[in-house]
Ligand binder design. Structure first.
Ligand SMILES: Nc1nc2c(ncn2[C@@H]2O[C@H](COP(=O)(O)OP(=O)(O)O)[C@@H](O)[C@H]2O)c(=O)[nH]1
Ligand SMILES: [Mg+2]
Length: 374
């Protein structure tokens, strides 16, 4: 009552009283936000579509945050079914487009393919048992396997997670199945818009911003460019032999561009953006596992003739790609590069420990001396 008498709020009509109290709440909220912002650091993740940005955040959640509750794990099951269905539909479409044949059992496989091609992924959440059986049957066909092995050359790209889920089908369809961390890290959901996730690390709040990477989505990036403490640019180095099939792609534009070229171009634009001059800048040369596998079968020099190093040598080839990125940096800024597997918990845990100070912007000078520098 004493406080009320002092500022006369309680003597005002109810409507005005509510307005004043509401304004006070907002002010208090802003003050609290400011206090929180002082403790908070903003980490922005950029990169083209499917580079691994969202997977990195999932991984942070598992290794630095509270992980996933069972209910949330289960929400991933329809995504996995969708990944399996879309993966097989792309293989079948590519088979038709290339006039390729099934290696065996043509009649049975043609009938199974007809069923799978007609399923709409919007229409149902989970694949039915007979549909799963057809997909398994088709996945076993050597003709489909050959197409999959040569997938980099296909007009429509098959998601990287397809093989993982095809191989895990029997486990995924068990009645009491709960997705493991590894399953969640491999499930692919394209990101649209801008998303923010908070983690508390060493008494600081780390706000990690995830964005969509496709061309149409990149227009939205600018809205999260202010106050960036640190920036991680993710590039999937395994893409060196893949072409771009971005759905938002203008068909008359450079639609034959190599995926890695697109990533190099976007990296160059990001590097030259003056808004990031004060931010720590980190480059993740991601999908190192797929890169190591691919370099044994697909020659880097076939796609980048400037590469004159040894074949089937992941280390030399990786260094060449890293240098292509570093060559795009014009203003002499320091960029720290790491080879990563965003879907591997141990790998991200150790990389994150390594770069944590840079991300939280502490003791940066000490690290600058030690790390890989441009
Ligand atoms: N094998 C492998 N797959 C990865 C890696 N990083 C991401 N992926 C997979 O690549 C797909 C696209 O990743 P996502 O994080 O959605 O890419 P974003 O578009 O940049 O957010 C997902 O299926 C991930 O599981 C990696 O380092 N290795
Ligand atoms: Mg994403």
């Amino acid at each position: 009552m004493e406080g009320c008498r002092k500022n006369f709020v309680c003597l005002l009509p109810q409507e005005e009283r509510e307005k004043i109290l509401n304004d006070r709440n907002i002010e208090r909220g802003i003050k609290e936000d400011k206090k929180k912002n002082k403790r908070s650091k903003k980490l922005l993740l950029l990169g083209t579509g499917e580079a691994g940005k969202s997977t990195f955040i999932k991984n942070l959640r598992m290794t630095q945050g509270n992980g996933y509750e069972e209910e949330e794990r289960e929400k991933n099951i329809p995504i996995m079914h969708k990944n399996i269905l879309e993966g097989m539909q792309i293989l079948l479409l590519s088979k038709d487009y290339l006039n390729a044949d099934f290696a065996s059992d043509a009649e049975r496989n043609t009938a199974a393919a007809k069923v799978i091609k007609e399923i709409s992924s919007e229409g149902q959440d989970l694949l039915q048992h007979d549909q799963i059986a057809f997909i398994k049957q088709l996945w076993c066909d050597q003709g489909i396997q050959d197409l999959f092995q040569n997938r980099a050359k296909l007009e429509i790209q098959i998601p990287d997670s397809a093989q993982y889920f095809f191989d895990e089908i029997d486990r995924i369809i068990q009645p009491n199945y709960v997705p493991t961390d590894k399953d969640i890290l491999n499930a692919r959901i394209p990101t649209s818009g801008v998303h923010s996730y908070e983690f508390e690390i060493k008494k600081k709040i780390l706000r990690v911003i995830d964005v969509g990477g496709q061309r149409g989505e990149r227009k939205k990036w600018i809205q999260c460019f202010d106050d960036v403490t640190s920036l991680i640019y993710l590039a999937a180095i395994s893409e060196y032999d893949q072409i771009l099939d971005d759905p938002s792609l203008d068909l008359n534009a450079a639609n034959n561009r190599k995926r890695l070229d697109e990533s190099l171009l976007v990296f160059k634009e990001v590097c030259s953006n003056k808004m990031f001059l004060a931010s720590a800048f980190i480059l993740f040369l991601n999908k190192k596992d797929l890169f190591d596998e691919k370099i044994m079968k697909s020659r880097l020099a076939d796609h980048y003739p400037e590469y004159t190093g040894p074949e089937q040598n992941s280390e030399e080839a990786g260094e060449f790609i890293k240098q292509m990125f570093f060559d795009k940096i014009e203003d002499g800024r320091s960029v720290f590069a790491h080879y990563t597997c965003a879907n591997d918990k141990d790998n991200i845990k150790s990389i994150f420990t390594n770069i944590r100070a840079q991300i939280l912007k502490e003791e940066t000078d000490k690290i600058f001396g030690e790390e890989l520098k441009n």
